[in-house]
Design a protein around this ligand. Structure first.
Ligand SMILES: [Cu+2]
Length: 295
């Protein structure tokens, strides 16, 4: 098939439009708190720490882009202007004080410019502010046990199998749904303490910008403040054995009222609270449903 130049141009244009649509469509799929198909950026941020990480990532990206382009331009100049053909008699210059001072000083200034926001971010992550609530996440082979020590709540969170997931009205993403999720109130500082019961695991939720090793015999600590209500997915991020890929983390961020209702629901041993996958109902509805079922 022979194409005229106009036809070819139109086809190329069509291809370009399709490409842009694909990329734009991909990012349009992006949902807060979970990965998206064709995602090429960091997950959307759901906490101040992640806001900072995203900013720092973008800052470094553009800095590196400028440096790389600058070095590339220098290389091209050298290749074109100073090859043996176009510059048969090379200069024998060996020192240039100004350039030597510049190529020492400018990289130092760039590194200092990186170090300042880098340390600021590090301290933001490490210094746990006064917490409103503490949760303890214990990594087991292969699931998580969550405890709310101040409220005497403790339960284990296990991944939903494909059959159970298919039964749900709005199924969670594949391999990310669990039977009991972690529930926390919105805009509250949550201190996360984590340890391992058997081997090293790692508690990670990308949208909150947290990833911390759960090590047997040690209690590691981090924190997050979820700024938007919703469901946030994470995974164990340390190779911990054969089912490492099947111990997801689900955090439900809810209003204070719903959180209090959930606490009461769990403390009274009801079995239809909002930490469970049929959730989405308010805890009140769940409690009512349970009351009739149990009486
Ligand atoms: Cu693990």
């Amino acid at each position: 098939m022979k194409l005229s130049r106009g036809q070819m141009g139109r086809r190329l244009l069509g291809l370009a439009v399709a490409g842009v649509a694909l990329v734009a469509g991909g990012s349009a799929y992006a949902e807060l708190g979970q990965p998206a198909p064709w995602e090429w950026t960091l997950q959307a941020s759901g906490s101040p720490v992640m806001d900072n990480i995203t900013w720092f990532h973008n800052f470094l990206f553009w800095l590196i882009a400028v440096i790389t382009l600058f070095v590339l331009a220098l290389l091209i100049i050298v290749v074109v202007k100073f090859n043996a053909k176009s510059n048969p008699v090379p200069s024998r210059t060996t020192h240039n004080t100004l350039i030597e001072v510049a190529w020492t000083l400018i990289p130092v200034l760039i590194l200092v410019g990186i170090a300042v926001p880098s340390f600021r971010l590090l301290f933001l992550e490490l210094d746990v502010p006064k917490a409103d609530l503490t949760i303890k996440a214990t990594g087991n082979q292969w699931n998580w046990t969550y405890a709310y020590p101040d409220d005497k709540i403790e339960y284990t969170s296990i991944m939903l199998n494909e059959d159970d997931r298919a039964k749900l009205a709005s199924p969670p993403p594949r391999l990310l749904g669990v039977d009991h999720s972690l529930v926390v109130p919105v805009n509250k500082i949550v201190r996360v303490q984590t340890t391992g019961a058997d081997v090293i695991h790692s508690f990670a939720v990308p949208a909150f910008g947290i990833k911390i090793d759960s090590i047997p015999g040690r209690l590691n600590e981090t924190w997050f403040k979820a700024t938007k209500e919703g469901i946030y997915y994470g995974q164990c991020s340390e190779l911990c054995g054969k089912d490492h890929a099947f111990m997801p983390i689900v955090v439900k961020v809810v209003s204070d009222q719903v959180y209090d209702d959930w606490k009461k629901c769990v403390q009274s041993n009801k079995d239809d609270c909002i930490d469970q996958p049929q959730g989405g109902k308010s805890a009140k509805q769940s409690a009512r449903g349970d009351g009739t079922a149990k009486s």
